[in-house]
Design a binder for this molecule. Structure first.
Ligand code: ZN
Length: 463
């Protein structure tokens, strides 16, 4: 083994976030498979190790993404009519979805994934429903747009979980899609075929699962066929983002969406209920019994005026709680965690709502990070996630020279990282044993920014 190879395999950090707390003088050894072979606190620096100059954290999973919506971030912040809500936002979002080309999608996704890496995510779950040509005809390869996303992720070095989406109707009482939803049309068999195609590609850092757009957009019989014999893979669904869809579900089925799922499907640990925003205590208890997880997207839910979910109740019930950046109005998990807590503070007029000092967890940031880490790994289909032997060798090196962290005592570093903003990008990001970000910059020799700017110009010229 050459000295350079040895250096790539052995890392040493002055402190690392392991098992929910800071541990000191940590040796981290990357195995040949890109997973952690060994993580050993209280170890002196071995002579051949690369010494990381600052504290390290595990990478996080961004458990809910629609990459194309990055082309839309910041561009729906003007009210055009008397009333503006989720549904009028969706009309505008469809206009982008209808005209984006494969090349533009690739450029937008590469930019997004580079930003997510710098924001501390090392894996992203793509809830992928943009499947067909602008006129609704399938591409020659039905997975063409899946490969654009996979290429974008591979280019910048982020892990990707592709979730082709079952999307077949416009509402509970509307058996067809609307014309402006023509690029999304799938059936249970085509979703299964897309998932198999992605899996058969056997690309590094790419895995797959399936998704159901929502109960309003998929018939019960199709959902049953999609799940039949599916095997062990993530199953994601938009579940209760808007009160209007809860009301529609009640009208059509007599049950609320989470209630319906808990009754009519075998909810289990594969399931991820995205935007479990409007949930009753009985629904929260049913999810907890099932082993399913929830995915909350605080910045997008705030941006779209969705409402606030009862975070303390989900935490108390022990439900895995992952985070997603969804429409990508922010692309940094610190901001998502901050807003998880701030929403509760604003509503309850209290502070440190999610902290649990009686359980030895006085830090809001630590409790949220702990939950989001494991839950995110599960949402992406990983049995192990974080700084532990057997998990993929991902980590984030904190920039200790960041203004937000200057002079902060070591044991309060995570609190300041989440609640003293703005923070800069993570200094270095390791994915599967390779440096994807160094000194705040993506290491891949790519022209991501220029391609993105060009795509944006094409998409928005004359808008
Ligand atoms: Zn979504």
């Amino acid at each position: 083994m050459t000295r350079a190879e040895a250096q790539r395999e052995l890392l040493w950090a002055p402190r690392a976030w392991i098992d929910g707390r800071w541990q000191e003088r940590v040796l981290l050894r990357v195995g040949a498979d890109g997973h952690w072979a060994e993580i050993a606190p209280d170890t002196p620096v071995p002579p051949q190790a690369e010494v990381l100059g600052a504290a390290v954290l595990p990478g996080l999973v961004d458990a809910h993404s629609h990459a194309f919506q990055r082309a839309f971030a910041g561009l729906s912040e003007r009210r055009e009519h008397e009333h503006d809500d989720f549904w009028s936002w969706r009309e505008r979002m469809y206009r982008v979805a209808l005209r984006i080309t494969p090349q533009q999608l690739q450029a937008v996704a590469a930019q997004l994934y580079a930003e997510l890496l710098r924001g501390g995510y090392t894996q992203v779950c793509e809830f992928h429903y943009l499947q067909h040509r602008s006129d609704g005809r399938p591409y020659d390869d039905p997975a063409a747009l899946s490969w654009e996303l996979a290429d974008a992720a591979a280019e910048v070095g982020i892990g990707l979980t592709l979730l082709p989406v079952l999307y077949e109707r416009a509402g509970f009482a509307l058996p067809e899609l609307r014309d402006d939803q023509r690029r999304f049309a799938t059936h249970d068999h085509s979703v299964r075929a897309l998932q198999r195609a992605v899996q058969a590609g056997r690309r590094p850092l790419l895995n797959s699962g399936v998704a159901i757009h929502s109960l309003r957009a998929a018939a019960p019989a199709s959902i049953a066929r999609l799940l039949d014999g599916l095997g062990d893979m993530p199953v994601h669904i938009h579940v209760a983002e808007q009160t209007a869809e809860v009301d529609d579900c009640l009208k059509a089925t007599g049950q609320r969406p989470i209630e319906w799922l808990a009754t009519h499907t075998a909810l289990d640990a594969r399931w991820q209920l995205v935007h479990a925003t409007h949930a009753t205590q009985a629904e929260i208890d049913a999810v907890a019994r099932s082993g399913a997880g929830v995915v909350i997207c605080p910045s997008t839910e705030a941006n779209l005026g969705d409402g606030l979910t009862d975070i303390p109740a989900w935490l108390h019930a022990g439900v895995p709680l992952a985070i997603g950046s969804d429409s990508h109005v922010t692309r940094d998990w610190r901001e998502e965690l901050r807003w998880l807590e701030y929403g509760q503070r604003l509503q309850l007029r209290q502070r440190n709502v999610v902290a649990a000092p009686a359980q030895g967890q006085p830090s809001s940031a630590a409790r949220l990070l702990g939950r989001a880490l494991g839950a995110g790994g599960r949402a992406a289909g990983f049995a192990r996630w974080g700084l532990m032997a057997g998990a993929r060798a991902d980590l984030l090196v904190i920039d200790s020279a960041d203004d937000a962290l200057l002079g902060v005592p070591d044991e309060r570093l995570l609190d300041a990282l989440v609640f003293s903003s703005p923070g800069g990008p993570f200094r270095d990001v390791l994915v599967a044993g390779r440096w994807a970000v160094r000194d705040g910059r993506v290491t891949a020799p790519v022209t991501v920014g220029a391609r993105f700017a060009e795509a944006m110009q094409q998409l928005w010229s004359g808008a």
